[in-house]
Design a protein around this ligand. Structure first.
Ligand code: PLP
Length: 445
C-alpha cells in the first residue's frame, strides 16, 4: 500500500515497500498499517492523530515512559562532545562511569559489566563467557547448554538454539549439544493464579534428568528467563527457580538469568534475581537499560567468573569477544540519564507498590468470553484466550487490532495478550487498560 505523504507528518515514508519488517506479517501489515509518529509519557500518537495508551512500554523497554527530557539532553550533549570512540584497546570515561553505576544497583557480586548492542548480543555474550570460564578452570568438556521450551533468548544462533520457540528454530541451523527443560506453564493446575502458582516446582528436577542423561561434565550453563515474556508470560511456580539454582550448584553448572524483560524494575525490584532472591552467575539485559532510547545491552557477570579469565600474560587479550558498539558513548549517556530517572522517581521499585492494584484490575477480566487463564506478576500480565479451531493466534490478534483501534497498544503472542506498561503508569491508566480490554474481549468471538 502507498500512503499519502500528507498524512505522515514529520516523515517522508510515503511508501512501505522497502523496510522489511522484523517479526511481522509484512504483507498483511502493509495492506493495513498501524503507524506511530510521536510519543510522550504513557501515550503514543498514531499517524492519524489518535492517542494510543502504551500498554507495553513499546516492546517491554520504555520503563520510564516516553520522551524523557533528561535522556534527550544527555544524548544530544554526548553526540556534540564525543559521538563515537572505540573500546577495543582504547576507552572513554563515560563507559566506565556507566558500568560503575550499573554495578552499584546489581545484585551483589554481579558487578563486572560487558556492554553489547542488544538483548540477542547479551545472550551470545553470556553463553560464550560461560564456555571461556569453564575452559579456564579446567572444565573444557563442559560445552553443552541447557535452555527451556518456550524460552526466548533473541535471534543469534546461540539464542535460537537455547530458545524454545519452534518457528524461530526450524528454518535455521543450531548449536550442537543443546538440550531443553520443559516449560513451566500448567493451565490445567494453575489457571488464574495470582503471582507465582503453587504447582510445578518439581519441573526444575528435569535438570537432574538431563544431568543424568548427558553427564554434568558436559554441561556449561543453563539459561532461563526468570519470567518468560515473549511466549506469553510464563511465571515460574513457587520454589522452581530456587531448585534450579540448587541443582546447578550441585553439578558445577552456571546459571544465566536472561533479564532482558525483567531487568530494571519490571517486577517491582531492580532485577528478577532480586525479586526471587536468587543469585545467578550472569544477568543478561537490554531494553530498559536505556529506556529503549538508544540500542544497547549489558551482561552482568559474576566477579569470580571475570577474575578467572584475567590470567595469562598482561599483554594478551583475555576474551576474544566484543562489538564495535560495546560501550557506545551515546548509549552510555542515555543509560546514565535513564538510571538517574529510575533513582529519582524510585521506578525500580514502583512496580511493587502498584502490583496489587494491577493484579486485581487485570483479574477482573476473568469470566469474559474465551479467557482461559490470566497471569500477573509485578507490572506484567498475560491474558490467554482459547484458540479458534484451526487458526491459532487469530483470536488474540483480532483483540490486539480492536484494542489498538480503541486507543490501547497491547502485544500478542500466540493467543496470549501480553501487557507490560511503563513503570510510571497511574491507577487511572490501569483502569483504562482493563476497561478497553473488557469491551474488546466482549466483541471478539
Ligand atoms: N532475551 C529476552 C528474554 C527477550 O525478551 C528478548 C527480546 O524480547 C531478547 C533476549 C532479545 O533482545 P533483542 O531483541 O534486543 O535482541
Amino acid at each position: 500500500m502507498t500512503l499519502d505523504a500528507a498524512v505522515l507528518p514529520r516523515s517522508n515514508a510515503s511508501n512501505l515497500e522497502n523496510f522489511w519488517m522484523p517479526f511481522t506479517a509484512n504483507r498483511q501489515f502493509k495492506e493495513s498499517p498501524r503507524l506511530l509518529v510521536s510519543a510522550k509519557g504513557m501515550n503514543y500518537t498514531s499517524v492519524d492523530g489518535k492517542t494510543i495508551l502504551d500498554g507495553t512500554a513499546g516492546l517491554w523497554c520504555v520503563n520510564a515512559g516516553h520522551g524523557r527530557r533528561q535522556i534527550v539532553e544527555a544524548v544530544e550533549r554526548q553526540l556534540r562532545t564525543l559521538d563515537f570512540a572505540p573500546t577495543f584497546q582504547m576507552g572513554h570515561p563515560i563507559a566506565f562511569d556507566f558500568a560503575e553505576r550499573l554495578a552499584a544497583i546489581a545484585p551483589s557480586g554481579l558487578d563486572r559489566i560487558f556492554f553489547t548492542g542488544s538483548g540477542s548480543e547479551s545472550v551470545e555474550t553470556a553463553l560464550k563467557i560461560s564456555l571461556a570460564y569453564q575452559r579456564a578452570i579446567g572444565q573444557g568438556t563442559r560445552t553443552r547448554f541447557i535452555g527451556r521450551e518456550r524460552g526466548y533468548h533473541g535471534v543469534g544462533f546461540g539464542g535460537i538454539s537455547v530458545g524454545g520457540i519452534v518457528n524461530n528454530r526450524r528454518t535455521f541451523t543450531q548449536l550442537p549439544g543443546v538440550d531443553h527443560l520443559r516449560h513451566t506453564l500448567d493451565i490445567e493446575r494453575n489457571a488464574f493464579s495470582k503471582g507465582q502458582a503453587s504447582n510445578g516446582a518439581e519441573l526444575a528436577d528435569e535438570l537432574e534428568r538431563l544431568v543424568a542423561l548427558h553427564g554434568a561434565e558436559t554441561i556449561a550453563a543453563v539459561i532461563v528467563e526468570p519470567v518468560a515474556g515473549s511466549t506469553g508470560v510464563l511465571i515460574p511456580p513457587r520454589g522452581y527457580l530456587q531448585r534450579l539454582r540448587a541443582i546447578c550448584d550441585r553439578h558445577g553448572i552456571l546459571l544465566i538469568f536472561d533479564e532482558v524483560i525483567t531487568g530494571f524494575g519490571r517486577l517491582g525490584a531492580p532485577f528478577g534475581a532480586d525479586y526471587f532472591g536468587i543469585k545467578p552467575d550472569f544477568i543478561t539485559t537490554a531494553k530498559g537499560l536505556t529506556n529503549g532510547s538508544i540500542p544497547m545491552g549489558a551482561v552482568f557477570v559474576s566477579r569470580n567468573i571475570h577474575d578467572a579469565l584475567m590470567t595469562g600474560p598482561q599483554n594478551l587479550i583475555e576474551l576474544f569477544h566484543g562489538y564495535t558498539y560495546s560501550g557506545h558513548p551515546v548509549a552510555c549517556a542515555a543509560g546514565i540519564a535513564t538510571l538517574d530517572i529510575y533513582r529519582d522517581e524510585e521506578l525500580l521499585t514502583r512496580g511493587a507498590k502498584l502490583a496489587d492494584k494491577w493484579q486485581d484490575a487485570i483479574h477482573e477480566l476473568k469470566g469474559l468470553p474465551n479467557v482461559i487463564d490470566i497471569r500477573t506478576i509485578g507490572l506484567i500480565a498475560g491474558i490467554e484466550l482459547a484458540p479458534r479451531a484451526n487458526t491459532p493466534g487469530a483470536r488474540a490478534y483480532e483483540a490486539f487490532v480492536k484494542a489498538f483501534e480503541s486507543g490501547l497498544l497491547t502485544r500478542v503472542t500466540g493467543d496470549v495478550i501480553a501487557l507490560s506498561p511503563p513503570l510510571i503508569i497511574e491507577a487511572a491508566q490501569i483502569d483504562r487498560i482493563v476497561s478497553v480490554l473488557n469491551d474488546v474481549l466482549k466483541r471478539v468471538d
